[in-house]
Structure formats: C-alpha cells, structure tokens
Design a protein around this ligand. Sequence first.
Ligand code: ADP
Ligand code: ZN
Ligand code: ZN
Length: 708
Amino acid sequence: MDDSPRPHWLAVAVPTPAHSGLGEPLTYRADAPLPPGSIVRVPLGSREVLGVVWGAAEPPSADLRAAVRPLAGAFEGLAPLADDWRRLIEFTARYYQRALGEVALAALPPQLRTLSGAQMARRLKRQAAAPPSPAAETTETIALSADQVVATARIEHENGPFLLFGATGSGKTEVYMQAVERLLAREATAQALVLVPEINLTPQLEARFAERFGAHTIVSLHSGLTPPQRLAAWLAAHAGRARIVLGTRVAVLASLPRLRLIVVDEEHDPSYKQQEGARYSARDLAVYRGRLLGAKVILGSATPSLESWHASTPETEDGPGRYLRLAMPRRIGAGADGGLPKVRRVDMSRQPRGTLIAAPLLAAIGERVARGEQALLLLNRRGYAPVLHCADCGWKSECPHCSAYRVFHKVDRTLRCHHCGFTQRVPRACPACGNLDIAPLGRGTEQLEERLAELLADVRRPDGAPARIARIDADSTRGKGQLESQLAQVHAGAVDVLVGTQMIAKGHDFRRVTLVAAVNPDGALFSSDFRAPERLFALLMQAAGRAGRDAAASAGSEMWVQTHHPAHPLYAALKTHDYPGFAARQLDERAQAGLPPFSHLALLRAEARSQEAAQAFLSALARRAQDALARDPALAAALPHVTWYPAVPLAVQRVAGIERAQMLLESPARAALQRVLAACLPLLHALRAEPGHRGIVRWAVDVDPLAL
Ligand code: ADP
Ligand code: ZN
Ligand code: ZN
C-alpha cells in the first residue's frame, strides 16, 4: 500500500518549555537510522527546533503512528555527540531536576539553532580546511619550585581528583600548565578543559596559555563571545581540533570527545554555580565528568570551598579523603615567611566616630603613593550611599517595588534600586515632609573615591604629580570593554589608588600593588547566611593575594582590615594566613548545626503576587509530597531522612512587585533528598495548574544552593 521506506523511530531530546512537565525525549520518525548524539531539527508545536537524538524509541502503537511527526532535517557531516556527553547531560538534568532537552540544548551554542543544513555544511568545510592543531611544543622550560615539582609529579602519577591548595602567587597556574603540557605531549589527540570563574579573568589566563602552547591550539568558551565566535569555538572543541578549551562555567558542558584533563581554577568561587534554569555547579559537574571519563581533575584554590576541603581530609584524620590534597603554601621566590603580606587590623571602635579611613592607614597609603607603589581599597558596596535619609521625619529611600532601599548615586544624582533597576532623580526635598536637608546614610565606592581625593590632596607621586584615584565596580564597567581598559590602566601604572568592589579582589596579577585594605568588611561576620564567613574569608585572602605579587616588593606588602571586632577569630586566622585553622573551626560549627558538607540542601522557591500565595503553594506541595511519598512503598523509606522546613520569605522578599518565598529541604543522605525532589517535580507541575494556585508566577528548584 505504501512503498515509503520502513520508518525508524527516534527518541529526540527537545527544548520543552521549562515548566511544561515534559522532561523526557519525544518520539520522531526518520527514514534512515541516525546514531544517538546526532543533532537534528524537528517540529515542536508550530515551531521547528533543534534536538539531539537520544536513542531508538519504542515503535508507537498502530493508532498513534500517524501522529508521530518526521524529522525536519539533520546536520550532515557533524559528528554525533559522544555517549559520555549524553551521560553528563542526563546526570545534570536528573540531579538538578530539570528537563533533559532543556539541559542538552542549553549546552549547545545558540547559533546552531538558526543555521540551515547547507550553512552548517559550508562551515564544516571551511573548518576542515584549517590545519589540525599539532601537539604543543614548549618553547621555554622554567625551573619549578620544590612544591611545584611535587604537585606536578603526583598529578602525573596518581588518579586524583586533586585539590591543589596553593597560596596566591604560589604558582598554581604553572602547575596547571605543566599538567596540560605533559598530557598533550603524551597523548596525540587528548584535550584539556580549564575552567575559570569569570570572563574578565580569561584574557590574562588565555595570554599565558597562548604564549606557552601557541594560540592555535586554544579556544575560549564563555558568554562574552558573539554567537559566531561561540559556534566556531564549540565546533573546534567538538571536532577535537582545539586541544585546550578555556572557559567559564558553561564550558563544563561543552562537547569534548577527547577530554583527558579538567582544571577548575579558584574552585571556591560562587560564579561556578548557575543561578537560573538548571542551577548546576560547574565545579561539581567537572568532578562528575572526570570520573565518568577517567579524566584527571584538578581543583585549585588558596581558599578552597569547605566542601572540597572536607572531601580532601588527609588520610590521617577521618579516613582517606575523596580528593588528594596537594599543598603549596609558599609564594614563588619568597623567603621563609612565605612571602604573604603582613595583615594589620585597625580597631575602628578606637577611631573618632564616622572615620572613613583610619589615620595610620591613610598615612600608609600616602607613603606607598609617594614611593610609586599602588594601593587597592576594597568596599563591597557600589554607589555613593546605600540609603538616603530624612532626619526630621525618618523617610528613607525605599524602592516602591522591592523590599530594599534605593542606592544614592551621586555621579548622575539618581536613586537606583539594585534589585529591580527602578531609577529616579534624587528629590530636592524629603518626599514625605519637604525637609530640604536629606542626607546619605552609610558609604559606597563612589563616596570612598570622592573622599580619598580630599584626604590624599597633599600626597605627591615620585614625579611630583598628585595621586591618581580610580574606581572599578559594576557601575564603572557597564560598557563593553570598559573593565578591560580600566584594568589595563592599573597595570600600566596610570592609577595610584584603586577603589572597588570584590571585582578588583579576584585573580588579577597587579604587579605594583603593595597595600590592600578592606574598608568595612564587618557586615558579613553577623550575616544570617551560613556561608557568609567562608565567602568573607576567601575574599579577604584573595584581596591580600593582590598585594606584593612582585617578589621584590613582597617584603613590605600589607593587608589592612578596618574592623570593630579586631579579635574576631576570622580576622585572627587571616592575620596568620591560616586557612586550615579557619576551615577547621567553620567545619566544627557546620557539623554541630548539621549544615553542608555534613548535610545536603535543596530549596523550593515560589514567586507570586502575594507572600501568602507563594507560601501557600509551597506548604501545599509539602503536604501533598509527604502524603504521596508515604503511600509509595519504594519511596517511603526516603521520607524519614529528609527534613522539611516551613515556607519563609526570602531575605529580600519582594522584587519588582513580586513576592518570593522558599522552603528548605535538608538531608544527611544525598540519595534520599534526590528521591524526594524527583517525586516533588510532577506534583509541582500539577499544583501549579490548579485554580487555587493561579497566582504563582514561577517556581524553581535549587539543589545544593549557595545562598539561603
Ligand atoms: P597562582 O596561580 O598560584 O596565583 P601563578 O601561577 O600566577 O600563581 O604564579 C605567580 C607568579 O609566579 C607568576 O608571575 C608566574 O609566572 C611566576 N611563576 C610561577 N612559577 C614559577 C617558577 N617555577 N619560577 C619562576 N616564576 C614562576
Ligand atoms: Zn522628611
Ligand atoms: Zn526595586
């Protein structure tokens, strides 16, 4: 009756709408078999979308057959995605509770969606004409430090995963490069993936790698690339032509058919956690991917995450660790003191009230400038002042749409909400009582920059010119290329005192900075977020790491901390650069409180027009999930291992007029938590569709959340 070829049924992962509840691949018809991993175009509703063949599908029953739609096309000449890549995507989707197709498609370069088969064929042809990257040839050989020799040898001869616990400036990057070099020399086609937390740190690292291995062996993968650049980089990695891929967290899901080594630099950095969609941790996925492939994994940091530190407990303590810890405590070229800056605490309770910069710190900054050195001042708050305030009636610059204050920006005389972006001109008088004398409360980087100019007015540089002060924060670097050009100015010595937020504390290799100061870091000591001390300690250690990177200058380098709590154990540990001591105390507290890494957390979040609606949704979900789990013999066993906390508002509970609530789930057993979450997912979809919960704007699941 029908002489068309026997149909083949394919299971294809497609980007189903995030909350449709359809997580599994859909069935399509093809005239010829296609191997799993093939990238195809398929119809979905009224659209045509990109999909990935996941395998053969069960033949549909006779009455459904006619409804199964045919493939719209395939990219011929594009090699299928590897099995291990599909395993990685499956794990990511399952673990972070998202649809398979969503995760798979998010891992592909966006431009792939818009290319026709013919356009792709042309591109592949052009690429094939490009010469394949030869194995790296190293031009120079540098004499490794004793610590580097040991670390490099252990990485070569043992399996890992490795936690490279190396002080700032101890030469971790050199160890990564050694590991890459040995791998590329040993295996003619092997690939290495090097992850960094932020785009603005890739150019520096890229330059170092390019210098060592030749630019043609390396591609970068991050969200700052144009769509064509990203596609080209992705194709080079997918074809195995790029031997080294440098990238931010998205790169952990790149197609790398010959991946043999993964490096995660600054592994403690919160940027590795995706904060929307599939909220994955690129660091954790790197470890998973390494195990899947039998590839080596190196996690590097001067202040490892407490999770990684705990996992690398030396064998002498709690039994063998999962990670092998390699320590490099000394800076390159340093003497017996390790070469780290001297930490000085200034007791601000002994300073005159309202002091911005204590007199001894100010004097020290002046001396540095006079010697032609640079100082770096850290204040984690942008804008001029966090609040405007009327002393007569108590009015404050609240955002009408958020439960937050609008920040005063003096440069353009605006009040700006840092949560929803709502911006207005600063009122001339108090909007509540008409008082003309409304005043800023607290201080931000703009004010620090302005006041420093006054305070350092008499200071002269060696050439007799006045001190030059610059500011780097999210406001000063909004335009494309602005951050790069500002950093270049600092490197070139065109700036004497640099003021900024945490943006300036990370990774930069400033050679002339000999003094770093944290102006007002106390806030994080008493935060309700249990990770706040860990983040503060890492930030201050990183900031200290910017001082004295030039061995010649390191002897006199200093890190100053202005605090009302100089005796706080966190600052005491900082004083002695004692990360292990700090970590041991934090881990004790975490163990007693049953917090990670001694338990596993997940957050269920809901957003609605009213806080009651958001909380009611979460509470209804909890009741229903507990009922459903209790009735299912296979799942009931997991239930007693999971603690459900009540629904509560988020710290900033209202943003852009939307109320936000969350519910915490906690369990000492990861598997039990995973089973409970998986059971919650269909219930979430169903509940959302019920008339009683129409007010829910969106919901999300965050597994291993970073902030509570
Ligand atoms: P980290 O990544 O640990 O902060 P880097 O790898 O950036 O440290 O090294 C700090 C500085 O020391 C860099 O300028 C680097 O070129 C230099 N360096 C690293 N290893 C050596 C070595 N074995 N001999 C001389 N200089 C080195
Ligand atoms: Zn007033
Ligand atoms: Zn707002």
